[in-house]
Design a protein. Structure first.
Length: 188
């Protein structure tokens, strides 16, 4: 069970009627989902399993809400449980625990992580240009494999020798400045 202090703060700032609802739902969610992690998403507390949202908690001026992410919204309020104003508005604990567990089960099994793409061989002309420019070589070697791949693919996809040579010269210039291949599009 991973508790996030931001969730404690959220509940403490909630209206007095909402605090017991949120605390109770949070405790039940942790009972139902022992490995759940807490976080704040979209400005409200969420309990996640395997990095995916299962339960969300929210407090408003006149009501609270418990969102079970695999369930459809009710006609009234946010989430499947509707507008909650007292603890009595919540379903029985056993039912709520079962619904939380069903929400986690609806996520399915997490997809296995993909194996990283293999490193591409650096074209010999590009390697020679990098060796002639130590700052560019140092930047290139320090980049993550994905950023090195962007440069290698860009150079390797050139059809004409003139285009390849022009790209190599441009790449060495950018690398000497410590820039990634698509640096122009960062911070847009």
């Amino acid at each position: 069970m991973t508790r996030d202090p931001r969730v404690d703060d959220y509940i403490a700032r909630a209206a007095p009627f909402a605090r017991p609802i949120l605390e109770h739902a949070r405790a039940l969610a942790h009972r139902a989902l022992p490995g759940a992690e807490e976080t704040i998403k979209w400005g409200m507390p969420h309990l996640m399993v395997g990095g995916k949202n299962v339960v969300g908690l929210a407090a408003f001026k006149g009501h609270a809400a418990v969102v079970i992410h695999h369930e459809e919204r009710s006609g009234e309020g946010m989430g499947a449980l509707g507008r909650l104003t007292t603890l009595a508005d919540l379903p029985p604990d056993a039912e709520l625990i079962a619904r939380f567990q069903a929400g986690a089960a609806a996520l399915g099994t997490p997809r296995p992580k993909r194996a990283p793409k293999p490193e591409l061989p650096v074209p010999s002309a590009f390697a020679a240009a990098l060796d002639a420019a130590p700052a560019a070589r140092a930047a290139f070697d320090a980049f993550a494999p994905s950023h090195r791949r962007e440069y290698v693919e860009w150079i390797a996809e050139a059809k004409r020798d003139e285009t390849r040579d022009k790209r190599i010269a441009q790449a060495v210039e950018w690398l000497s400045e410590g820039r990634k291949r698509n640096w122009k599009y960062e911070n847009c």
